[in-house]
Write a new protein. Sequence first.
Length: 309
Amino acid sequence: MKLLTAVVPCYNEQDNVSDFYDEFIKNEQFLNSKETDFELLFIDDGSKDDTVIKVKELAEKDKRVHLVSFSRNFGKEAAILAGLRKSKGDYVVIMDADLQDPPSLLPEMFKTLEEGYDSVATRRVSRKGEPLIRSFFARMFYRIMHKISKTDIVDGARDYRLMTRQVADAILSMPEYCRFTKGIFGWVGFETKWIEFENVERRKGETKWSFWKLFAYSLEGITSFSTFPLAFAAFAGVFFCIVAFLAIIFVIVRALIFGDKTSGWPSMVCIILLVSGIQLFCLGIVGQYLAKTYLEVKQRPIYLIKEEI
């Protein structure tokens, strides 16, 4: 018998844990037909509700249910990493506990993997139920990433992905502190097939991803897998140096021809404010990359485990 490990990151999902288990267990007969057993590995990301209690109740009934609980909230990226490290399966699948990653797709994904692919990924073809502004900026993010990064990041990509042990080990070989899993998936490569599905809204509860959290996450992705912002800062510096040089020549020529006048100070103030703003913006870009370097060199653990079953 082969083994499938389902890594399920959880944060305040007490209302969805049991429902997720019930939906996932519907695949048991199919997996048995493929001579494959499974384990459910719930990664509690420092939940403030009864998520841990609900998972423990499941673990008492089914020994295939396991729990890793963090000492505090470290984020979904840390939860995914912990799940991959703790997984023992020949196959590994990453799924959200809120049922936005339908367990009913597993048979199709498993059959696709048997065709010779190394991993099977999913992407949403619609964003039904999401705020229009969030959907707009999400699509813009993927378009920008497609243009400025060599890493394959597909529009609408989910973390819901079934992979072989080889792919999971390749992901674990990247020990970076600042993690952007969607980019890591694309960077490691391997033969991947995408499965499309309509957006599924949360079964219960509210999303933990606010607009600003998603914005910060997008910045993490850009700075993790593209150096274009640094190139832009350098280009802006060169451009304004050229503009300043031409302006100096213009001022000198005008003074020689028309004489020195005191008029024009409002426009000069506007130019100074513009250039200063560009300088601060470019300094902020450099600061983002410097901050990532600072976090990496400290070599702090990405997460801390409080309890494990």
